[in-house]
Design a protein. Structure first.
Length: 72
């Protein structure tokens, strides 16, 4: 994984090499009211099938939820 963009408390972008596949991923956090934030995750690939990316993305979302609900 290569971090290609980083803005503290705002944006993280990564280029991920997994065998012959390459993924571009970005995560952005934006304020969404007084007590809320909006998390946007984007994953793009020309050569990775969606079925292969689905479970790793779900796992990442579970870990993010756990961190938000229970802390590090």
């Amino acid at each position: 994984m290569e971090i290609v963009e980083y803005e503290p408390d705002r944006t993280l972008g990564a280029l991920i090499h997994d065998g012959p596949m390459q993924l571009c991923s970005s995560l952005t956090i934006e304020p969404a009211g007084d007590q809320a934030s909006r998390l946007t995750i984007t994953v793009e690939s020309d050569d990775a099938p969606v079925s292969m990316m689905e479970e790793p993305i779900r796992g990442s979302l579970r870990r993010i939820r756990d961190l938000l609900e229970h802390g590090a």
